[in-house]
Design a binder for this molecule. Structure first.
Ligand SMILES: [Zn+2]
Ligand SMILES: [Zn+2]
Length: 372
Protein backbone atom coordinates (compact mmCIF):
# COMPACT_ATOMS: atom_id res chain seq x y z
CA UNK A 1 0.00 0.00 0.00
CA UNK A 2 2.81 2.35 0.98
CA UNK A 3 4.63 1.63 -2.23
CA UNK A 4 1.42 2.32 -4.16
CA UNK A 5 0.98 5.72 -2.43
CA UNK A 6 4.62 6.52 -2.98
CA UNK A 7 4.27 5.80 -6.71
CA UNK A 8 1.02 7.79 -6.87
CA UNK A 9 2.74 10.78 -5.20
CA UNK A 10 5.61 10.65 -7.70
CA UNK A 11 3.13 10.51 -10.58
CA UNK A 12 1.15 13.47 -9.14
CA UNK A 13 4.31 15.55 -8.66
CA UNK A 14 5.34 14.76 -12.22
CA UNK A 15 1.91 15.73 -13.60
CA UNK A 16 1.93 19.01 -11.60
CA UNK A 17 5.41 19.93 -12.80
CA UNK A 18 4.61 19.05 -16.38
CA UNK A 19 1.30 20.94 -16.48
CA UNK A 20 2.77 24.05 -14.81
CA UNK A 21 5.49 24.20 -17.44
CA UNK A 22 2.77 24.03 -20.11
CA UNK A 23 0.66 26.70 -18.37
CA UNK A 24 3.50 29.23 -18.25
CA UNK A 25 3.92 28.74 -21.97
CA UNK A 26 1.52 30.84 -24.03
CA UNK A 27 0.28 29.24 -27.21
CA UNK A 28 0.62 31.34 -30.38
CA UNK A 29 -2.53 32.67 -32.08
CA UNK A 30 -3.13 31.86 -35.73
CA UNK A 31 -5.81 33.12 -38.09
CA UNK A 32 -6.58 31.73 -41.55
CA UNK A 33 -6.87 35.25 -42.98
CA UNK A 34 -7.25 38.92 -42.05
CA UNK A 35 -11.06 38.92 -41.95
CA UNK A 36 -11.09 36.14 -39.34
CA UNK A 37 -9.31 38.31 -36.75
CA UNK A 38 -11.75 39.35 -33.97
CA UNK A 39 -12.38 43.14 -33.63
CA UNK A 40 -10.87 43.12 -30.14
CA UNK A 41 -7.48 42.55 -31.77
CA UNK A 42 -7.74 45.29 -34.39
CA UNK A 43 -5.37 48.29 -34.17
CA UNK A 44 -7.66 50.64 -32.20
CA UNK A 45 -7.63 48.09 -29.42
CA UNK A 46 -4.00 47.05 -29.69
CA UNK A 47 -1.07 49.19 -28.62
CA UNK A 48 2.09 48.49 -30.61
CA UNK A 49 5.34 48.19 -28.68
CA UNK A 50 6.89 51.29 -30.21
CA UNK A 51 3.78 53.55 -30.29
CA UNK A 52 5.40 55.90 -27.71
CA UNK A 53 7.96 56.92 -30.38
CA UNK A 54 5.22 58.76 -32.33
CA UNK A 55 5.64 61.85 -30.18
CA UNK A 56 9.38 62.04 -30.97
CA UNK A 57 8.62 62.94 -34.58
CA UNK A 58 10.45 66.14 -35.55
CA UNK A 59 13.05 65.87 -32.76
CA UNK A 60 16.66 66.72 -33.50
CA UNK A 61 20.08 67.09 -31.88
CA UNK A 62 20.28 69.30 -28.76
CA UNK A 63 16.73 68.65 -27.53
CA UNK A 64 15.81 67.03 -24.24
CA UNK A 65 12.57 65.03 -24.61
CA UNK A 66 11.07 62.25 -22.46
CA UNK A 67 11.38 58.81 -24.10
CA UNK A 68 14.55 59.70 -26.06
CA UNK A 69 16.25 57.16 -23.76
CA UNK A 70 13.83 54.49 -25.02
CA UNK A 71 14.68 55.39 -28.59
CA UNK A 72 18.39 55.07 -27.75
CA UNK A 73 17.62 51.59 -26.42
CA UNK A 74 15.97 50.81 -29.77
CA UNK A 75 19.06 51.91 -31.69
CA UNK A 76 21.29 50.06 -29.24
CA UNK A 77 19.26 46.86 -29.73
CA UNK A 78 19.63 46.96 -33.51
CA UNK A 79 23.37 47.73 -33.35
CA UNK A 80 23.38 51.47 -34.10
CA UNK A 81 24.70 52.52 -30.66
CA UNK A 82 27.59 50.47 -29.38
CA UNK A 83 27.47 51.70 -25.78
CA UNK A 84 27.41 48.60 -23.61
CA UNK A 85 25.75 50.34 -20.64
CA UNK A 86 22.11 50.90 -21.41
CA UNK A 87 21.53 53.73 -18.88
CA UNK A 88 20.64 56.21 -21.56
CA UNK A 89 19.57 59.84 -20.94
CA UNK A 90 16.70 61.69 -22.61
CA UNK A 91 19.10 64.05 -24.38
CA UNK A 92 19.23 63.96 -28.18
CA UNK A 93 23.06 63.90 -28.25
CA UNK A 94 25.57 63.46 -31.07
CA UNK A 95 25.68 59.67 -30.49
CA UNK A 96 21.96 59.44 -31.24
CA UNK A 97 22.30 61.83 -34.17
CA UNK A 98 24.96 59.65 -35.78
CA UNK A 99 22.89 56.52 -35.09
CA UNK A 100 19.91 58.14 -36.83
CA UNK A 101 22.10 59.08 -39.83
CA UNK A 102 23.43 55.52 -40.20
CA UNK A 103 19.89 54.17 -39.88
CA UNK A 104 18.67 56.58 -42.57
CA UNK A 105 21.46 55.45 -44.91
CA UNK A 106 20.59 51.79 -44.34
CA UNK A 107 16.91 52.41 -45.09
CA UNK A 108 17.49 54.59 -48.18
CA UNK A 109 16.31 57.80 -46.44
CA UNK A 110 17.89 61.27 -46.48
CA UNK A 111 20.70 61.14 -43.91
CA UNK A 112 19.68 64.28 -42.01
CA UNK A 113 20.17 62.93 -38.46
CA UNK A 114 16.70 64.29 -37.59
CA UNK A 115 13.61 62.28 -36.74
CA UNK A 116 11.64 63.49 -39.76
CA UNK A 117 8.34 61.90 -40.70
CA UNK A 118 9.67 59.31 -43.15
CA UNK A 119 12.37 58.22 -40.68
CA UNK A 120 9.80 57.90 -37.91
CA UNK A 121 7.45 55.86 -40.13
CA UNK A 122 10.31 53.48 -40.87
CA UNK A 123 11.32 53.18 -37.19
CA UNK A 124 7.73 52.33 -36.19
CA UNK A 125 7.38 49.45 -38.66
CA UNK A 126 7.34 45.94 -37.22
CA UNK A 127 10.63 44.23 -37.93
CA UNK A 128 13.03 41.35 -37.44
CA UNK A 129 14.82 41.28 -34.09
CA UNK A 130 18.21 40.53 -35.64
CA UNK A 131 20.48 43.61 -35.50
CA UNK A 132 21.35 45.54 -38.67
CA UNK A 133 24.87 46.10 -37.35
CA UNK A 134 26.56 43.14 -35.69
CA UNK A 135 29.73 43.78 -33.66
CA UNK A 136 29.97 47.27 -35.11
CA UNK A 137 30.07 45.98 -38.71
CA UNK A 138 27.19 46.80 -41.02
CA UNK A 139 26.86 45.37 -44.46
CA UNK A 140 23.70 47.27 -45.27
CA UNK A 141 24.08 50.53 -47.23
CA UNK A 142 26.08 52.38 -44.57
CA UNK A 143 28.81 49.70 -44.65
CA UNK A 144 29.20 49.69 -48.44
CA UNK A 145 32.18 51.48 -49.96
CA UNK A 146 30.17 53.85 -52.18
CA UNK A 147 27.66 56.40 -50.89
CA UNK A 148 24.06 55.16 -50.93
CA UNK A 149 22.96 57.80 -53.44
CA UNK A 150 25.10 56.22 -56.17
CA UNK A 151 24.16 52.63 -55.39
CA UNK A 152 22.07 51.20 -58.16
CA UNK A 153 20.02 48.03 -58.13
CA UNK A 154 22.73 46.12 -59.97
CA UNK A 155 25.10 46.47 -56.98
CA UNK A 156 24.88 43.71 -54.38
CA UNK A 157 23.21 44.81 -51.17
CA UNK A 158 22.93 41.41 -49.52
CA UNK A 159 25.08 40.77 -46.47
CA UNK A 160 26.45 38.02 -44.26
CA UNK A 161 27.12 37.75 -40.54
CA UNK A 162 30.68 38.59 -39.37
CA UNK A 163 33.12 35.87 -40.58
CA UNK A 164 30.48 34.61 -43.03
CA UNK A 165 29.24 31.55 -41.09
CA UNK A 166 27.41 28.97 -43.26
CA UNK A 167 26.43 25.31 -43.13
CA UNK A 168 29.47 23.19 -44.09
CA UNK A 169 29.58 21.31 -47.41
CA UNK A 170 28.84 17.94 -45.74
CA UNK A 171 25.56 19.36 -44.42
CA UNK A 172 23.45 20.19 -47.44
CA UNK A 173 20.38 18.17 -46.41
CA UNK A 174 19.10 19.88 -43.30
CA UNK A 175 16.27 18.77 -41.02
CA UNK A 176 13.90 21.07 -39.18
CA UNK A 177 11.61 20.50 -36.20
CA UNK A 178 8.89 22.34 -34.25
CA UNK A 179 8.94 22.84 -30.50
CA UNK A 180 6.35 20.21 -29.43
CA UNK A 181 5.01 22.57 -26.72
CA UNK A 182 3.57 24.84 -29.46
CA UNK A 183 1.24 22.05 -30.69
CA UNK A 184 1.28 23.46 -34.23
CA UNK A 185 -1.34 22.35 -36.75
CA UNK A 186 -0.48 20.81 -40.11
CA UNK A 187 -1.58 24.09 -41.77
CA UNK A 188 1.02 26.04 -39.82
CA UNK A 189 3.73 23.42 -40.49
CA UNK A 190 2.92 23.59 -44.20
CA UNK A 191 3.63 27.35 -44.16
CA UNK A 192 7.18 26.61 -43.00
CA UNK A 193 7.60 23.83 -45.60
CA UNK A 194 6.64 26.36 -48.30
CA UNK A 195 9.04 28.93 -46.84
CA UNK A 196 11.94 26.45 -46.92
CA UNK A 197 11.12 25.59 -50.54
CA UNK A 198 11.64 29.23 -51.50
CA UNK A 199 15.34 28.81 -50.58
CA UNK A 200 15.92 25.22 -51.76
CA UNK A 201 14.63 26.17 -55.22
CA UNK A 202 17.76 28.30 -55.74
CA UNK A 203 20.43 26.31 -53.86
CA UNK A 204 21.78 22.76 -53.40
CA UNK A 205 20.20 22.75 -49.92
CA UNK A 206 17.24 20.52 -49.04
CA UNK A 207 14.98 20.78 -45.97
CA UNK A 208 12.89 17.98 -44.48
CA UNK A 209 10.89 17.85 -41.29
CA UNK A 210 12.78 15.69 -38.79
CA UNK A 211 11.01 13.25 -36.47
CA UNK A 212 12.73 14.60 -33.37
CA UNK A 213 12.70 18.34 -32.62
CA UNK A 214 15.73 18.10 -30.33
CA UNK A 215 17.87 16.37 -32.97
CA UNK A 216 16.83 18.61 -35.87
CA UNK A 217 19.40 20.98 -37.39
CA UNK A 218 16.88 23.84 -37.42
CA UNK A 219 14.61 24.30 -34.40
CA UNK A 220 11.47 26.39 -34.78
CA UNK A 221 9.41 27.70 -31.85
CA UNK A 222 6.95 30.41 -30.85
CA UNK A 223 7.70 32.16 -27.53
CA UNK A 224 6.55 35.21 -25.56
CA UNK A 225 8.77 37.71 -23.73
CA UNK A 226 11.97 36.38 -22.18
CA UNK A 227 12.48 32.84 -23.44
CA UNK A 228 15.99 32.08 -22.33
CA UNK A 229 18.27 33.20 -25.17
CA UNK A 230 18.83 36.79 -24.00
CA UNK A 231 16.70 38.17 -26.87
CA UNK A 232 13.31 38.73 -25.33
CA UNK A 233 10.18 39.36 -27.37
CA UNK A 234 8.16 42.54 -26.81
CA UNK A 235 4.46 41.78 -27.27
CA UNK A 236 2.31 42.84 -30.23
CA UNK A 237 4.28 44.28 -33.21
CA UNK A 238 7.77 45.67 -32.46
CA UNK A 239 10.08 42.72 -33.07
CA UNK A 240 8.35 39.76 -34.73
CA UNK A 241 10.95 37.02 -34.84
CA UNK A 242 14.67 36.31 -34.81
CA UNK A 243 17.01 33.58 -35.95
CA UNK A 244 20.63 32.72 -35.31
CA UNK A 245 23.44 32.34 -37.82
CA UNK A 246 24.82 28.85 -38.70
CA UNK A 247 25.37 26.45 -37.11
CA UNK A 248 23.05 27.43 -34.22
CA UNK A 249 19.87 26.80 -36.18
CA UNK A 250 17.32 28.48 -33.88
CA UNK A 251 14.30 30.25 -35.38
CA UNK A 252 12.03 31.95 -32.83
CA UNK A 253 8.77 33.78 -33.45
CA UNK A 254 6.86 36.08 -31.09
CA UNK A 255 3.76 34.17 -29.95
CA UNK A 256 2.07 37.48 -28.99
CA UNK A 257 1.61 38.43 -32.67
CA UNK A 258 -1.54 37.63 -34.63
CA UNK A 259 -0.18 35.30 -37.29
CA UNK A 260 -1.97 34.92 -40.64
CA UNK A 261 -1.56 31.41 -42.00
CA UNK A 262 -3.54 30.95 -45.19
CA UNK A 263 -4.13 34.36 -46.75
CA UNK A 264 -2.41 33.74 -50.07
CA UNK A 265 -3.73 36.94 -51.57
CA UNK A 266 -2.52 39.35 -48.87
CA UNK A 267 -1.30 42.72 -50.00
CA UNK A 268 2.09 43.61 -51.34
CA UNK A 269 2.10 46.96 -49.59
CA UNK A 270 0.48 45.89 -46.35
CA UNK A 271 -2.51 47.36 -44.62
CA UNK A 272 -2.77 49.70 -41.67
CA UNK A 273 -6.24 48.35 -40.99
CA UNK A 274 -5.00 45.20 -39.31
CA UNK A 275 -2.49 44.20 -36.69
CA UNK A 276 -1.52 40.87 -38.12
CA UNK A 277 1.60 39.47 -39.70
CA UNK A 278 1.83 37.07 -42.62
CA UNK A 279 3.59 33.99 -41.22
CA UNK A 280 5.20 32.75 -44.43
CA UNK A 281 6.70 36.19 -45.19
CA UNK A 282 8.37 36.32 -41.77
CA UNK A 283 9.43 32.65 -41.99
CA UNK A 284 11.15 33.13 -45.39
CA UNK A 285 13.11 36.08 -43.95
CA UNK A 286 14.20 34.24 -40.80
CA UNK A 287 15.29 31.15 -42.79
CA UNK A 288 17.63 33.52 -44.65
CA UNK A 289 19.33 34.21 -41.30
CA UNK A 290 19.44 30.48 -40.43
CA UNK A 291 21.40 29.99 -43.64
CA UNK A 292 23.82 32.88 -43.03
CA UNK A 293 22.32 35.97 -44.67
CA UNK A 294 22.25 39.31 -42.85
CA UNK A 295 20.01 42.27 -43.64
CA UNK A 296 19.82 43.99 -47.01
CA UNK A 297 19.00 47.61 -47.89
CA UNK A 298 17.07 46.50 -50.99
CA UNK A 299 13.42 47.15 -50.13
CA UNK A 300 12.13 44.34 -52.36
CA UNK A 301 14.55 41.83 -50.87
CA UNK A 302 13.26 39.24 -48.44
CA UNK A 303 16.21 40.21 -46.22
CA UNK A 304 15.02 43.85 -45.82
CA UNK A 305 14.53 44.17 -42.02
CA UNK A 306 10.97 45.57 -41.81
CA UNK A 307 7.57 44.36 -43.04
CA UNK A 308 4.19 46.06 -42.70
CA UNK A 309 1.19 44.64 -40.93
CA UNK A 310 -0.85 42.58 -43.42
CA UNK A 311 1.91 42.62 -46.06
CA UNK A 312 2.70 39.42 -47.91
CA UNK A 313 6.22 39.15 -49.36
CA UNK A 314 7.42 35.60 -49.98
CA UNK A 315 9.29 35.53 -53.31
CA UNK A 316 13.07 35.83 -53.20
CA UNK A 317 14.40 38.93 -54.91
CA UNK A 318 17.45 38.81 -57.18
CA UNK A 319 19.46 40.30 -54.29
CA UNK A 320 18.49 37.38 -51.96
CA UNK A 321 19.31 34.79 -54.64
CA UNK A 322 22.72 36.31 -55.37
CA UNK A 323 23.49 36.40 -51.65
CA UNK A 324 22.49 32.81 -50.90
CA UNK A 325 24.24 31.49 -54.03
CA UNK A 326 27.46 33.21 -52.98
CA UNK A 327 27.34 31.03 -49.84
CA UNK A 328 26.09 27.71 -51.30
CA UNK A 329 26.12 27.83 -55.11
CA UNK A 330 23.22 27.09 -57.43
CA UNK A 331 20.61 24.33 -57.42
CA UNK A 332 22.10 21.38 -59.42
CA UNK A 333 18.59 20.39 -60.55
CA UNK A 334 18.54 23.59 -62.56
CA UNK A 335 21.48 22.27 -64.69
CA UNK A 336 23.88 24.33 -62.63
CA UNK A 337 22.44 27.54 -64.03
CA UNK A 338 20.99 30.39 -62.02
CA UNK A 339 17.61 28.64 -61.92
CA UNK A 340 14.66 30.34 -63.61
CA UNK A 341 15.95 33.82 -64.29
CA UNK A 342 14.03 36.80 -62.98
CA UNK A 343 13.68 38.09 -66.54
CA UNK A 344 12.01 34.81 -67.58
CA UNK A 345 9.80 34.88 -64.51
CA UNK A 346 8.65 38.39 -65.21
CA UNK A 347 8.16 37.59 -68.92
CA UNK A 348 6.19 34.44 -68.13
CA UNK A 349 3.97 36.48 -65.81
CA UNK A 350 3.36 38.96 -68.62
CA UNK A 351 2.69 36.07 -71.00
CA UNK A 352 0.16 34.51 -68.60
CA UNK A 353 -1.58 37.86 -68.28
CA UNK A 354 -1.94 38.20 -72.08
CA UNK A 355 -3.18 34.60 -72.47
CA UNK A 356 -5.78 35.34 -69.80
CA UNK A 357 -6.82 38.53 -71.58
CA UNK A 358 -7.26 36.69 -74.93
CA UNK A 359 -9.30 33.94 -73.20
CA UNK A 360 -11.56 36.55 -71.61
CA UNK A 361 -12.07 38.36 -74.92
CA UNK A 362 -12.96 35.08 -76.69
CA UNK A 363 -15.47 34.35 -73.92
CA UNK A 364 -17.05 37.80 -74.17
CA UNK A 365 -17.32 37.61 -77.97
CA UNK A 366 -18.81 34.07 -77.64
CA UNK A 367 -21.41 35.30 -75.13
CA UNK A 368 -22.29 38.25 -77.38
CA UNK A 369 -22.77 35.90 -80.36
CA UNK A 370 -24.95 33.61 -78.23
CA UNK A 371 -27.05 36.54 -77.06
CA UNK A 372 -27.63 37.91 -80.58
ZN1 LIG B 1 16.18 39.73 -40.05
ZN1 LIG C 1 14.78 33.61 -29.14
Amino acid sequence: MNTFHHKLNIILIFITLFSSSINSFSLPHFFPNISSIPPSLLPNNTAGTWDAFHKLSGCHSGQHVPDIAKLKNYFHYFGYIRNTTSNFTDEFDTTLESAVKTYQQNFNLNATGELDESTMNQILKPRCGVADIVNGATTMNSGKPSPSSTIHNTVAHYSFFPNRPRWPARRRNLTYGFDPRNQLSDDVKRVFANAFNRWSEWTPLTFTEGKNYFRSDLKIGFYAGDHGDGEEFDGVLGTLAHAFAPPRGLLHLDSDENWIVNDLIGSRSGSGAVTAMDLESVAVHEIGHLLGLGHSSVEDAIMFPTISSGERKVELDRDDVEGIQELYGTNPDNNGTMGPSFGEREMSRGYCDSVLLVKRMVLIVGLMLLAS
